[in-house]
Write a protein that binds this ligand. Sequence first.
Ligand code: 16G
Ligand code: MG
Length: 540
Amino acid sequence: MDRDTIIAASKKHDIVPGRVYKYGTAGFRMSGELLDGVTFRVGLLAALRSRKHNGQAIGVMITASHNPAVDNGVKIVDPMGDMLEQEWEAYATNLVNAPSHDELVEYFYKLAETLKIDLAAPGKVIAGRDTRPSGITLITALADSLAATNTTFNDYKILTTPQLHYLTRCVNTAGTPGAYGEVSEAGYYNKLLEAFDRALHGRKVSGGLTVDCANGVGGPKLNELLKRLDSQKTGLQVKVVNDDVLRPEILNLDCGADFVKTRQRAPPNPKPAPGDRWCSLDGDADRLIYYWVDPETGFFMLDGDRIATLAASFIADLSRSAGIDHQLRIGVIQTAYANGASTKYVEQHLQLPVVCTPTGVKHLHHAACSFDIGVYFEANGHGTVLFSPTAIQTFKTKAPQSPGQKDALDTLSALADLINQTVGDAISDMLMVEVILAHKGWTMKDWALTYKDLPNRLVRVEVGNKDLFQTTDAERKLSHPVGCQEEIDREVRKYTNGRSFARASGTENACRVYAEAATRSEADELAKKVAVNVREYGGH
Ligand code: 16G
Ligand code: MG
């Protein structure tokens, strides 16, 4: 590689000048038309990152998840399948904002020098994209920057985000004792289904399940999985809906996990029949929300908080049955958006510790790593369960004292294979939920009855300058603007079980206000009052 080659390639993929780009919680995300140069430059960073990690493969995912179809995004996956290390987010931002091709290459070489990266060493990048049409041209931009930097490039084409995370880890662990799985899409399905079968341990799923795939990449991928599923043996009868990826404009339109969670209702089309079990994935299949429409009481949603509490209660029970509950620390990681009732359920009923982190998967993931078994979910349905090497070792080596103990240890072992260890994965999480319900012999209603959600309201508030809003205490309190938090506290004190907080969105130019209270009308009223307060402090 040399400067001239990189400059010549860069000239074919310019950034749109006059804009400021930022590597945020979900990488770079905006209108697909603006991302050609951004993606080229992300390729340069991936080329550096791979060499920094002795040539291990770095993943690049092209997706804008639940955003409208015209948007797209690009983010980097680290060698073990987790999100890009935070320090490097700043390098990504700087590279992408370099005003000229010369300055871009200047910064590229400067980064290599300060980070002691040997550019002559081999580098490797793998990529995937969702079903958005703009992804095709963005992959070309990526391929050009990898060619210009002599980086081996493997394009896996259309994938869900969690599949790309899975493949990245598989590539880098292949042939080692920690091999994560076969390096192929088929390997992903086989690993999940084998573990699903093992986790069921002869039990059967009861009741059909309709899966709304947001007209995104989850549709074709779930269909691939189902082709290989033995529905007779496992009892899992899935009906896939909203899996049309041939009309890109309907992606995430009035369907999908984000629609269901934010509108708090089922997709209008097709309409769920009363009593049927449903779940929705988002546009890149890393979020999952369950629900049903009750003939008497109407729509009922089981969101990320519910999935977390279900998983935590099951895993805690299993570890007690296996006689390893004193050896392994189990914890639940939530954000401030978790319903207060779920937090109380975990702490008081399940007797497990809860850690609250700022919004964004990387924060939750990181906190989950400090437990032997860390259950993390955002209320929006993104999450997973992380098993430490010690936990996995314990499941495999502990000598069972009874058939019950053996069953519990085998099930825990199977869960560690079934649940995606790299990132939240809607398809893997769905199979996990089905396993747990089958073991417990629970209907959706039984699951819903574990605790009662506090009524809550989330509002988006337009402000003059969202950067004025700075938080502490895992986003539960505002440190700035000075005085704003006191006003919020004053309002909250007026309500039974009242809780409210405000934070600047990481993905939009706005603030978000969350409020919960003992009744629907009180939660609405509290949210409204706090929103007015935030608007005033926000310079509107
Ligand atoms: C991003 C985050 C998601 C978070 C959301 C919050 C990742 C991969 N995604 O989509 O976890 O819930 O942002 O959005 O970290 P907000 O900052 O606009 O409220
Ligand atoms: Mg997503």
